[in-house]
Design a protein around this ligand. Structure first.
Ligand code: UDP
Length: 328
């Protein structure tokens, strides 16, 4: 049986990846320090004999006994609100954490896939974003702690690949959504759905002309799975190219939830990328992958998930105000 270590196992993507690898017949070692992760996301796995969980911060030395075939490094805060709250941990898990896991991969002769992000492209001047684009990142802005940690992560991963011959994979993840997103992480989908469910107006930042392209979690997990098992070491974009403005998206949510909420406009957060759409030519050619779930289907499943949460969860999700971080 293949053994895989998944860091960030209690997070949104990490927990779905644990499910996927368990379903594919792997023995999964989940690791998380639970700063932004939630054990409820993996509660159903604790009774499975092929799942183990370690409460550990991967920014510190990581020890795993026994053989290890694969490592997926998905531990990291991943929402702008979290970077503002825990900037140093964000930098550490992307840099020190990645270094520790690369060292572990080398020691165990394991293949490692690291979770990078469309944030490496910053506020992009090239559209849609291909993997060749170097990006437009403000190193010292609020998002810099995440963007630069992820850019360093890619560099050190390629250095281990080239210098030590380690088998490495890099996925650049574009906005992904689905059940188990944290309701209070400030990201646009849980924010809008939480607002609709609490009967509040939907807060669109700026004029809402900025665009995003949202990928359903099952498609994202399938892309990551294929990349891990591929022979390709350069970065690969995984995301859904179907792009929408945030204002149009707010209107879609109002229709989906059948509520009569209005849209209210709030200041645009600093360095908020104005447009984002993955070019997925590489993923199509190398992995034979493209997304299958359209936004209407994926959002329906996601909305039903959030609707099933308790009143208390909803109260905890109240909206955070970004206004002190404005520049535009
Ligand atoms: N956004 C918004 N209202 C909200 C939360 C987010 O208009 O209540 C916007 C945000 O300014 C950004 C987009 O939605 O342009 C996506 O934000 P998110 O935090 O989900 O992720 P990002 O892609 O910016 O990392």
């Amino acid at each position: 049986m293949k053994r895989i270590l998944i860091t960030g196992a209690a997070g949104f993507l990490g927990s779905h990846l644990c499910d996927k690898f368990i379903a594919e017949g792997y023995h999964v070692l989940g690791m998380d320090n639970l700063i932004t992760g939630d054990l409820n996301n993996i509660d159903h796995l604790f009774k499975n004999k092929n799942f183990e969980f370690y409460h550990h911060d991967v920014s510190k030395f990581v020890h795993v006994s026994g053989k290890l075939d694969y490592i997926l490094h998905f531990a990291s805060p991943a929402s702008p609100i979290d970077y503002l709250k825990i900037p140093i941990q964000t930098l550490k898990v992307g840099s020190l954490g990645t270094h520790n896991l690369l060292g572990l991969a080398k020691e165990k002769n394991a293949r490692i896939l690291i979770a990078s992000t469309s944030e490496v492209y910053g506020d992009p001047l090239v559209h849609p974003q291909t993997e060749e684009y170097y990006g437009n990142v403000n190193t010292i802005g609020p998002r810099g702690v995440y963007d630069e940690a992820k850019r360093f992560q890619e560099s050190i991963t390629m250095a281990y690949h080239r210098f030590h011959g380690l088998e490495t994979r890099i996925v650049r993840i574009f906005n992904t959504y689905g059940p188990r997103m944290r309701l209070n992480d400030g990201r646009v989908i849980p924010a809008f759905i939480g607002q609709a469910l609490r009967g509040e107006d939907l807060t669109v930042f700026g004029e809402g002309n900025q665009t995003r392209s949202f990928c359903y979690v099952d498609d994202q997990v399938d892309g990551i799975y294929r990349l891990l098992l591929s022979e390709y070491a350069e970065p690969v974009n995984i995301g859904n190219p179907h792009e929408i403005t945030i204002k149009d998206f707010a209107e879609e949510i109002i229709k989906l939830t059948g509520t009569d909420q209005k849209i209210v406009y709030k200041p645009l957060p600093k360095d908020d990328p104005m447009q984002r759409q993955p070019d997925i030519t590489r993923a199509k050619e190398i992995l034979g992958w493209e997304p299958k779930v359209n936004r209407a289907e994926g959002m329906k499943i996601t909305y039903d998930y959030f609707k099933g949460l308790s009143e208390e969860d909803l109260r905890k999700s109240e909206h955070k105000d970004f206004s002190k971080h404005i520049v535009r």
